[in-house]
Design a protein around this ligand. Structure first.
Ligand SMILES: C[S@@+](CC[C@H](N)C(=O)[O-])C[C@H]1O[C@@H](n2cnc3c(N)ncnc32)[C@H](O)[C@@H]1O
Length: 332
């Protein structure tokens, strides 16, 4: 083990610091993060005045010299290319940040299961949260079959929203849900929350406004032999009255605009029900704005709330995070 530079940070801020180091391209991937008591040691490549100033915005840290274990190196796209490449894999399709043919060839060479490389032509946009893609290499298609937590999902990347980056979050929610509990998934997409929870014994009502998402959700329920899910095509906000006080859990995975539906979600929750609310928030005010939205909605719905969890789900853009707030609803 060689001694090298690292940041010593409080464990609770560790993930934010790690993501920022990756964004600043100074996280040392050749070394393993160390944990001791309530501190994390994050290996870094270098630190100059500019990057130090950026990190200071994230919180307190100490610059230390410590011993890090070497991280195992498997053949990877960046090693082959000799430069950084950003991409994610959904089923057998890789989505690369740019339509770079060299990157695409490296992805196809390293990831033998990948058959297609696409690159987004538009951001995720519109009410249905979809995007258009440019074909870069391999087989020309946007449809794939993706496996997550043992379930299979038919996905059409252009027609309905899906990201594999919420896989861990879906498990976190799944662990809170008891057998036979009623879950109302307001923005269900192709079903990655809804079907996982139904598979684990919840009674799920899954709603989406996008007819393509609903078609794929029905197909995915069949594919995984899941019957205990009521699939509704429509506007979740308009269904609030019909499902008032029906749910033990309400899932609101529409991070840019979920705040508009908070009052309806609070109405759909039973007394004692839990709302899982997602938003995009900026680093300097992670929970303040959305906590105010939650409280305003609770007042409008005549409910009392208590917070069960607030956390970062993933980084979304520089200085912006996809956050979650779980709150319990109490009704007179
Ligand atoms: C960010 S995606 C999330 C999908 C899914 N929960 C997931 O994890 O993949 C949000 C979904 O909400 C749907 N949507 C947007 N507005 C809606 C509304 N008012 N009622 C129901 N669904 C809506 C979109 O069509 C989209 O599929």
């Amino acid at each position: 083990m060689a001694s090298s530079r690292g940041l010593k940070v409080h464990q609770s801020r560790g993930e934010i610091f790690r993501r920022r180091l990756v964004e600043l391209e100074i996280f040392d991937r050749d070394r393993k993060i160390r944990s001791e008591d309530d501190r994390l040691y994050l290996p870094i490549l270098e630190l100059n005045a500019e990057t130090a100033a950026e990190l200071a915005k994230v919180g307190d840290f100490d610059l230390v010299e410590v011993e890090f274990e070497a991280a195992e190196r498997r053949p990877n796209v960046e090693g082959l290319l000799g430069r950084r490449a950003h991409f994610e894999v959904v089923g057998d399709v890789a989505i690369a940040d740019s339509p770079d043919e060299e990157v695409a060839s490296a992805i196809l060479a390293v990831h033998k299961n990948v058959k297609t490389v696409l690159s987004p032509k538009t951001p995720v946009e519109g009410e249905y949260r979809t995007r258009r893609f440019q074909f870069v290499a391999g087989e020309e298609k946007t449809v794939t079959l993706h496996k997550e937590h043992g379930l299979l999902y038919r996905i059409d990347l252009e027609k309905a929203y899906f990201t594999p980056r919420l896989g861990t979050e879906r498990l976190r929610v799944a662990r809170q849900i008891g057998l036979g509990e009623v879950v109302f998934d307001m923005f269900a997409g192709v079903g990655p929350f809804a079907l996982l929870l139904a598979k684990r014994g919840a009674k799920v009502i899954a709603v989406d406004k996008n007819p393509h998402a609903v078609r794929l959700l029905r197909e995915n329920a069949r594919l995984n032999r899941i019957d205990d899910v009521e699939i509704v095509e429509g506007d979740a906000g308009e269904l609030a009255e019909r499902y008032e006080r029906s749910a033990d859990h309400v899932i609101m995975n529409l991070p840019h605009t979920a705040s508009r539906f908070l009052e309806q979600a609070t109405r759909i929750a039973k007394d004692g029900g839990v709302v899982h609310y997602y938003a995009i928030a900026s680093e300097d005010d992670l929970y303040g704005r959305d906590t105010a939205f939650v409280e305003e909605a609770a007042r409008a719905a005549g409910a009392k709330i208590s917070y069960l969890h607030r956390g970062i789900v993933r980084s979304y853009a520089p200085h912006q995070y996809n956050i979650v707030i779980d709150f319990e609803v109490r009704k007179p």
